[in-house]
Design a protein around this ligand. Structure first.
Ligand code: COA
Length: 416
């Protein structure tokens, strides 16, 4: 099957998570992605958090599927020569090294443009160019703190909290993928490549947009009515941590279900949509609240929202999280069970939709990964195994015109 990015050649000079997540997505959609890795060790995630000794870690296999691996020491003249050849014949170079690392190797943006004016150079950095922290190295949680997510996550009586979702890493990679596709479209009009960068701080901030909304509302009126601090708690001059409150105009909370005493995930998320008050009352067996002026409007409910949630918890006490959702869905109430990773791994629907995929790796054997979250009518991305370190080195070198003797010489020059 032809895939939309067929023929797009991507040099994947990325490591850890942010860059690899971006190039993996593009590989799923058909791009020819060649990952350059340091001879001997490769991407650090190959050996980080290993569950099987000597085998590429899941950290690596789950972020590098559908790619080729080329081992190259790009600090040596022989390695630089290969990278130059690759740049001449490729469309995109993606990197997420520490600030200045590519320049120090001799591959400045100016040099890359000389080699290939059509090249798109795509970078992830912790902070944007010119930012007062632009020199910093950054990992996931650092970005979550710098992007406003940590100060607004968690409970008001606890410390700032990072999320389990990779808002700093994979999220930045997804933003970068959008940037690359946009630059590819732009090149169709101008014939020229361009530099595309996304900082992890900016990518996190883009997702904490609503908290900047709240900061400005707070400064205007001094309170935020959808936060648990309203109306009895105190607001300062910064957006507080809102616990599990709904971030939009609909109050919501995580509510205990049957078995919560033993199972710390026996909860559902329950949302009180303003216009759905009537079905909510019917669902939870409180029809008298429908017309009661103390409860009938969102404003009237505001100061007793936690009493309402407490009542709903009594209604939930004899229902599992799945039973509860099965009842509430009939009343059109936005809700979901709090799912564990085990439940997600075993979820039939996620398997059927290709969101959870089983991959067969030549050394590791079978493992689960997350497939494409983007679904198309005419494309079903096939999730393949990740490459072994240097698996495609000879193949790529041959494509670049190297003969057997030159390939052997390169291997000798890069021996570790
Ligand atoms: N051949 C030769 N040298 C190579 C190489 C190769 N194939 N691949 C990498 N290197 C070199 C780099 O050029 C760099 O050398 P230099 O410091 O002498 O210039 C060196 O390896 C280390 O790279 P660096 O990026 O500094 O790695 P690190 O492990 O110290 O830092 C990060 C890791 C992620 C903190 C850092 O890369 C970073 O801040 N990246 C940008 C933000 C980011 O993407 N973070 C999230 C990752 S999920």
């Amino acid at each position: 099957m032809n895939t939309p990015l067929d023929g797009i050649k991507i040099i994947d000079f990325t490591h850890v998570q942010a860059g690899p997540a971006c190039t993996q997505l593009l590989a799923w959609f058909g791009a020819d992605v060649t990952k350059i890795e340091r001879p001997g060790s490769g991407d650090v995630t190959r050996s980080q958090l290993r569950d099987i000794p000597g085998v590429d870690a899941l950290y690596f296999t789950m972020l590098n599927s559908n790619k080729k691996s080329l081992t190259l020491d790009t600090k040596k003249p022989e390695g630089k020569e290969v990278l130059e050849k690759l740049i001449r014949e490729s469309d995109v170079l993606v990197e997420n090294f520490a600030p200045g690392a590519l320049d120090r190797m001799g591959f400045t943006w100016e040099r890359i443009q000389e080699l290939n004016p059509g090249m798109i150079l795509a970078s992830v950095k912790g902070f944007s160019d010119g930012h007062h922290y632009e020199d910093l190295k950054v990992y996931e949680n650092v970005a979550q703190c710098a992007g406003g997510a940590a100060s607004t996550t968690g409970f008001w009586d606890g410390p700032p909290m990072v999320s389990g979702a990779a808002l700093g890493d994979s999220n930045t990679g997804m933003h970068l993928a959008i940037g690359i596709l946009t630059a590819l479209m732009g090149r169709q009009q101008t014939g020229k490549g361009q530099k595309v960068s996304v900082s992890m701080q900016d990518a996190v901030l883009n997702l904490t947009r609503v908290k900047l909304r709240d900061q400005q509302r707070l400064e205007k009126i001094g309170y935020l009515e959808e936060y648990p601090q309203y109306p009895n708690g105190k607001f300062t001059d910064v957006v507080p941590r809102g616990g599990n409150a709904g971030g939009g105009g609909q109050p919501g909370w995580v509510l205990k279900c049957k078995g919560w005493e033993e199972d710390q995930n026996a909860y559902i998320y329950f949302t009180i949509q303003g216009h759905a008050w009537e079905p909510i009352c019917r669902a939870i067996g409180k029809p008298e609240w429908i017309a009661d002026p103390e409860y009938a409007t969102a404003q009237a409910r505001q100061d007793k929202i936690f009493d309402i949630f407490a009542y709903i918890e009594t209604w939930l006490a004899d229902k599992t999280k799945f039973e509860a959702v099965d009842i509430l869905r009939k009343f059109d109430i936005p809700c979901a069970p709090v799912l564990t990773m085990k439940e997600i791994a075993e979820d039939k629907s996620l398997r059927e939709s290709g969101s959870i995929v089983e991959v067969d790796h030549k050394v590791r054997g079978k493992y689960l990964t997350v497939g494409s979250p983007i679904k198309f009518s005419d494309l079903k991305p096939e999730i393949k195994e990740s490459p072994l370190l240097g698996e495609h080195t000879d193949e790529v070198l041959k494509r670049l015109g190297y003969n057997d003797e030159q390939i052997a010489a390169l291997h000798a020059a890069q021996a570790v």
